[in-house]
Design a protein around this ligand. Sequence first.
Ligand code: GLC
Ligand code: CA
Length: 516
Amino acid sequence: MEPTTPWWRDGVIYQIYVRSFSDSNDDGVGDLRGLIERLDHLEWLGVDGLWLNPTFPSPNADWGFDVSDYRGVHPELGTLEDLDELVARAGERGIRVILDLVPNHTSDEHPWFRERRDFYVWREGRDGGPPNNWVSVFGGPGWTRDDETGLWYLHNFDPKQPDLDWWNEDVRAEFDDILRFWFDRGIAGFRIDVAHGIVKDRELRDNPAATADDIEHYRRLGQRPEFSMNRSEVHDVLRRFRRVADGYDAVLVGETYVHDIETLVRFYGDGVDELHLAFNFVFLLAKFDVSVLAPIVARTEELLPSHAWPVWTVGNHDIARFATRWAEDDAGLARCVLMLLLTLRGTPVLYYGDELAMAETDVPVDRELDPVAKRGGEGRDGARTPMPWSDVPGLGFTRAGVEPWLPFGDASVANVASQRSDPQSPLHLVRDLIALRRSEEDLLSGEYTPVTASGGVWVYRRGSQHLVALNCGNEETEVPVSGSIAIATERSRDGERVDGGLRLGARSAAVVRQER
Ligand code: GLC
Ligand code: CA
């Protein structure tokens, strides 16, 4: 007998930056009770799982990614009971909850940093400076000297985020236990932060200098993080996580921040022994150009092990919102992107607000909170601003007059209430595409077969009967096909018959159910 399909294979996952989703107690910070109150929206939209950005206690040097207790809940977000209640209430609606695990580093305020120094990477300096040449992803040296002992500790990110030593068996055992703690509470899985970088070179060798051929990120760092991250020994750790997760049928989705598909697919192991899903940053970070993206999708399809399943996303809390970054504020193009995301073969992950085609918010310098922005890097606050539920003062996110933790974006077009009353809106498009996926096996498990990708037009078949045509270009086009339009970005065309050729205006797209 075929094993049953796990929920996340057919499902849609929705990423929530809890601080910005919904504020239940009017302190300007979103929280778990606020999220519970918004489950109606998520059920109406039709999503199957929620990935919550870190919910653990944290001094917020990096907004939750500096964890000071892996078994608790940040008091600003709520309590452990609130989280249990969220899991229960969401569960009643068939929605699972995934948490964000940060195993690469802790906060320097985690008790381990004082009590278990062996959990971290400490070394003697070299010639009066740090132990090696590694730099922090956030800028500056990757090491900080402890005045008391004169030793240096490693931090691939902020100095307030000391890296754990994954060569220490006790660290590994501790995380097994943390995973079980949450799985026992009904958490359906984890997104694993920095999944490619947890294990460091045992000898802490210097990273090689970046060359002109390296990607921009490495050129900016001045080095290729060959020894500070990206070690093949990380796969042992992921296999270990997987063994624990398998005992609970839990899902593991990794932040696999690697820059070629060959390396990416290795995170699936042999298809059943490492991550269930590995985020595709080659796709996510690419320029929005059909001639760039279509080959990435094709290559991913080609190289994935047969039991492995793709995962697609067009944004997250670390990069500018897709409506601005990819669609450049063009409403038609934004709809094409949403149709792409929801019709590729694989699990789509929507970032909160994507369903509204929410734009990046301009955050003034004096309101910036992201440690990267404060160091003069590319700030991430603009993609983390409060969810616009309506256009009243407070945007339905918080009470009128309360200053939200990050400023509101422009909610005149992108807000839930107005888009819900407009059947032509991105919100309805997303909801209807999710429903269509659910009703058409082709769109869930059907093969992805590219037909053409040129001149900004991307056409592919899904399964035996469906054809997706995306005209991301500036010219009208005609795609040879017969059948009827299941959903078009221009919603008035839904149901239209197509005889031999589908005409598509610039920046519009359609899913066609073909005649047999
Ligand atoms: C990941 C997170 C990012 C965080 C970093 C350090 O890249 O997505 O938000 O700053 O790890 O934890
Ligand atoms: Ca609150």
